[in-house]
Design a protein around this ligand. Structure first.
Ligand code: SF4
Length: 462
């Protein structure tokens, strides 16, 4: 009979077996805490060769104590909470991953990065999180903009929302736009903190939902045959408008030879719909980004209706599929219905590589290479592993140094994992290695805090 997952006592053991100074070094150089030993998903392409099924997990109370005791150190290293595991597998003793995430956000002041392949049963939770701004990020933004001081030419304080409204108005090419622009130029930002003000106010006041999506608790979803159908069902149940038969189909003008919308065409459509935008916002529109998200007010919706009526009179050709998502967000897709993968693609276009689809990557050598790791691919290993740091890893099996190396027969996952002990204490200095790694560079070890440090050569690659 299958054994249920059991709580791990590793965190307690780590606390007891290392000195305070050693613990501090470990926490400052921590790249990841793997909440469970084993993963329920079992992807055949797993770049970590995670063992199938969850055997052991870290108890919630111990994670809370760790975050509280080492909040300062963890605020520096900002570990994510998975490794050869999926964060959403965590659901033990009445506490799920979102609660664990909140502990680190509240205690250590950062929102851990989250990548998921969506374990069975977590689809609705993941979709809801994707469509919702991260509460913690919003709160931080509120705090940031509270500190901002802006005054007008007469020295009178101007609130930040007024300033953002002026900015929006100034983007119009008419008299009111000119007036707003002049007024905006007269404001003095005492804190020199414009970027934060705009980001904060736009998010907090629902001006731009793309920014809200960028601030979802989840930063990456791997969509593949492992979860495609399950995710689709979750999207359809939470966003019924996404069902093809429920989508609004609008007419629009499109030349037959166009395989995607050019910027000019897109601007023409947005203008026709009366959607507020500035050129700068849409310049990245391309073949890979076949739709946009935008918000519409009632007046704009009325304009769409009027446009439909004009089209009914035969003035416009072509079709545009529009889906309304929760919170007056709209996704548009030319010529074919919007699919849930399209929404994930939109997210990808805003966050570069943050969301990936197996089908999108399957055709590129880069990603198919990336996934060729481990014993199964020993004859044809990828150029690089998927680990993204040199540093410390804590798992229910213990505390380890992780060094990223080029995948080889000896290290087919592209990493060397070695246990750390209190008697022969040496910790790899934390370093993010997203992007390409210089394997000839030595990793730096720390034995005591602060320094001395020493370095060791990367092992020979066979
Ligand atoms: S790729 Fe991620 S979700 Fe899939 S088996 Fe490996 S650790 Fe689990």
């Amino acid at each position: 009979m299958k054994e249920p997952p059991r709580p791990s006592n590793t965190l307690e053991n780590i606390m007891e077996s290392f000195s305070e100074e050693q613990l501090s070094i470990i926490m400052k150089n921590l790249g990841a805490i793997q909440l469970t030993d084993g993963c329920s998903v079992g992807c055949h392409f797993c770049g970590f060769e995670a063992q199938r099924g969850i055997k052991v997990y870290f108890p919630y109370d111990q994670l809370a104590r760790l975050a509280s005791r080492f909040s300062k150190e963890l605020a520096t290293s900002q570990p994510f909470l998975y490794y050869a595991s999926d964060p959403f597998d965590y659901d033990f003793d009445g506490h799920d991953y979102v609660e664990v995430h909140s502990i680190f956000a509240e205690q250590c002041g950062y929102s851990p990065s989250v990548s998921t392949t969506v374990p069975v049963g977590r689809e609705e939770l993941v979709v809801k999180l994707l469509l919702t701004p991260n509460e913690y990020t919003l709160r931080k933004l509120r705090q940031e903009i509270e500190d901002v001081v802006i005054v007008d030419r007469d020295g009178k304080k101007v609130d930040t929302l007024t300033m953002v409204k002026l900015q929006r108005e100034s983007e119009k090419f008419d008299e009111s736009g000119k007036k707003a622009f002049a007024e905006l130029n007269g404001l003095i930002d005492v804190n020199k903190n414009w970027t934060n003000i705009f980001r904060g106010e736009e998010i907090l006041n629902d001006y731009d939902y793309r920014l809200i999506w960028q601030n979802s608790l989840i930063s990456r979803v791997s969509v593949s045959h492992v979860n495609r159908r399950r995710l689709e069902r979750a999207f359809y149940s939470l966003v019924p408008n996404l069902m093809p038969e429920n989508q609004t189909v609008l007419p629009y003008e499109m030349k037959p030879e166009e395989c995607y919308l050019t910027n000019d065409t897109l601007f023409a459509i947005l203008n026709a719909f009366g959607v507020q935008h500035s050129n700068g916002e849409y310049l990245s529109y391309s073949e890979h980004m076949q739709m946009q998200i935008f918000s519409l007010n009632d007046r704009q919706l009325a304009e769409i209706k009027a446009r439909e009526e004009r089209a009914a009179n035969g003035n416009i050709t072509g079709q545009l599929y529009v889906v309304e998502l929760p919170g007056k967000r709209f996704v548009i897709s030319p010529d074919k219905p919007v699919r849930y993968q399209d929404i994930i693609k939109v997210l990808a276009s805003f966050q570069l590589d943050q969301y990936f689809l197996e089908e999108a990557y399957g055709s590129t050598t880069e990603i198919s290479q990336l996934l060729k790791l481990g014993a199964l691919n020993i004859q044809d290993l990828a150029e690089e592993g998927i680990s993204c740091f040199h540093g410390v890893l804590i798992t229910p099996a213990g505390v380890f140094n992780v060094q990223k190396v080029k995948p080889s027969v000896e290290y087919p996952l592209g990493q060397i994992i070695t246990p750390i002990s209190s008697s022969d204490f040496k910790v790899i200095r934390f370093e993010r290695t997203d992007g390409s790694v210089d394997y000839s560079k030595r990793v730096t070890y720390i034995k005591r805090d602060p320094t001395p440090m020493f370095s060791e050569p990367t092992p020979a690659i066979r």
